[in-house]
Design a protein around this ligand. Structure first.
Ligand code: F6P
Length: 551
């Protein structure tokens, strides 16, 4: 682990030198010079295929990046994570989401805890519970089977299960409608409660800490709504909890027998593999949930054992470092060419930005280089008709991760070829661009005047040389999704090690939470607020004047 500033390490300097020497490289030329570029710069692991040949790099770049990873101690840190060392240094916690998807016979102890026994005891409980709900044995208070499941949680207690349910909706149980309420904005809960029948709705209150304001308020509102129809005695059939905080769950009024625990060594944004994934297990069934875990485990095994040079998460992470720190790219766009992955970019936003959106090193000193880029995106082909213009011809270079499945899970003729054609065409267009001469030649065929041609040439020219990765899976199965998420988790880990940040804390979300508590009490108080800046005072006063009856 470097205690030096990263920019002072030998490998970082070597990369800087290499980047200045190669700064004019053009992807078009790299492809025409080397017909084997695709096979040289692609690999398969855990059922996923990664083509990284459309990045502005060569074998030397990759070797220097691997040197950087080694100098940063990636191999030691990786093993420390898998073995349960307390690598989350500011919270003194182990980081063991990989243990949540390890097979039963893969023993792991940390301190007094038999991790693998505890993990599998909860999985067994989830298995039994999901079976009862899905088979209709678990009844609501009028004796009817559950029809609606409402997951109440936010951040990692929402984004993971919501994304997985959506991604695997072709596996969903036909009787169960899944709902997700995260926002403290009452419109979110209100919209769900206006459609769900109280006697056949099951609420899963998911919160690692069970102190999160949004989740507790939403859970209280759901409870009050339920008690308009059912009784206190009926609550046990309609409310279950997922948390690390048994006492708070009891205080809230949920029977601990209906609580699915997890542990402080599971970070919120890494928790979908734990009981936090209960909504997903209910929707797709426990066997498919087990396949999902197995897919992630396959990626774990690859990440843990493959050499850095042929390691998919390491390569994805290091290419991101190359784009961020040496090519100056400040954001990464995720283009999922699969409608069922529409919630994947939002999931990755929390995973990467909450993990690596940091400005100090693990030892506390300021970092002297850029860290996590902004992660954003949407589904292909929708993005093509919205923001791809900027990606093709804007002034910033924004790398793109294309993600697609080779086989669809629908039977509509014609759609999938059109989808994949667009995915591959976009990555080709970003790489090749279109030169002024090519534009001229095209326009000349239309018979317009030379003056008109010259006026149009700058507008129709594409610079190209835009880096991209393409990740392919055979089809979007539970196992493939598990491997895909684990790929990005480990990519995030790799980048965190290189940038020397603690990827497993999130102190940056605290300040706003504290200020909101103060402002909330001021909004309902009689007096005018005076302790803020004039803007904040003014906004509070305006809200008090307008909405006093609703607070
Ligand atoms: O405030 C950020 C955060 O702590 C996330 O890291 C977490 O996923 C989310 O809030 C929800 O936290 P909890 O599961 O404890 O309610």
């Amino acid at each position: 682990m470097p205690s030096l500033a990263l920019s002072d390490t030998a490998s970082f300097r070597a990369l800087q030198h290499h980047s200045t020497q190669t700064k004019d490289r053009q992807l078009r030329r790299l492809f025409s010079q080397d017909p084997t570029r695709f096979s040289s710069f692609s690999l398969e692991a855990a059922g996923l295929f990664l083509d990284y040949s459309k990045n502005i790099l060569d074998h030397t770049t990759l070797q220097l990046l691997a040197d950087l990873a080694r100098e940063c101690g990636i191999e030691t840190q990786r093993e420390a994570m898998f073995c349960g060392e307390k690598i989350n240094s500011t919270e003194q916690r182990a980081v063991l989401h990989t243990a949540l998807r390890a097979p039963r016979n893969q023993a792991l102890h940390i301190g007094e805890q038999n991790v693998s026994a505890d993990v599998h005891a909860v999985l067994d409980h989830m298995n039994a519970f999901t079976k009862r709900v899905r088979d209709g044995e678990w009844k609501g208070y009028t004796g009817k089977a559950i029809t609606d499941i409402v997951n109440i949680g936010i951040g990692g207690s929402d984004l993971g299960p919501k994304m997985v349910c959506h991604a695997l909706r072709s596996y969903a149980h036909p009787r169960l409608t899944m709902h997700f309420v995260s926002n403290v904005d009452g419109h979110d809960m209100d919209a769900v409660l206006s459609t769900t029948p109280p006697d056949t709705t099951l609420f899963i209150v998911v919160s690692k800490t069970f102190t999160t304001l949004e989740t507790l308020l939403n859970a209280q509102s759901a409870r009050a709504w339920f008690l308009q129809q059912g009784t206190e005695d009926d609550l046990a059939q309609h409310f279950v909890a997922v948390s690390t905080n048994t006492e708070a769950v009891k205080t809230f009024g949920i029977d601990p027998a209906n609580m699915f625990p997890f542990w402080d060594w599971v970070g919120g944004r890494y928790s979908v593999w734990s009981a936090v994934g209960l909504a997903a297990a209910l929707s797709i069934g426990f066997e498919h949930f087990s396949d999902f875990l197995a897919g992630a485990h396959a990626m774990d095994e690859h990440f843990r054992h493959a050499s850095l040079e042929s390691n998919m998460p390491v390569l994805l992470g290091l290419i991101g470092v190359w784009n961020r720190n040496f090519l100056g790219c400040s954001s990464l766009s995720i283009a999922a060419y699969h409608q069922d992955l529409s919630k994947f970019p939002a999931y990755l936003q929390q995973l990467e930005m909450e993990s690596n959106g940091k400005r100090v090193m693990r030892e506390g000193a300021a970092i002297d280089i850029e860290t996590c880029p902004v992660i954003w995106g949407d589904c292909g082909t929708n993005g093509q008709h919205a923001y791809f213009q900027l990606l093709h011809q804007g002034t910033d270079i924004i790398p793109i991760d294309f993600i697609a499945a080779l086989k669809p899970s629908h039977h509509l003729p014609g759609h999938h070829a059109a989808l994949l054609a667009n995915c591959f065409a976009q990555s080709e267009a970003f790489m090749r661009g279109k030169t002024a001469d090519e534009v001229r030649a095209d326009l000349q065929k239309t018979g317009v005047s030379n003056d008109a041609i010259e006026n149009m040439v700058p507008h129709k020219t594409f610079p190209g040389n835009r880096p991209s990765n393409t990740i392919l899976m055979d089809s979007l199965t539970p196992a493939a999704l598990g491997a895909l998420i684990a790929l990005y988790e480990h990519k995030t880990f790799v980048q965190g090690i290189v940038w020397n940040v603690n990827s497993f804390d999130q102190w940056g979300v605290e300040l706003g939470k504290v200020l909101a508590r103060t402002i909330q009490s001021e909004l309902i108080a009689e007096s005018r607020p005076e302790n803020h800046d004039s803007s904040t005072n003014g906004l509070i006063a305006r809200a008090k004047a307008a909405t006093v009856l609703h607070f």
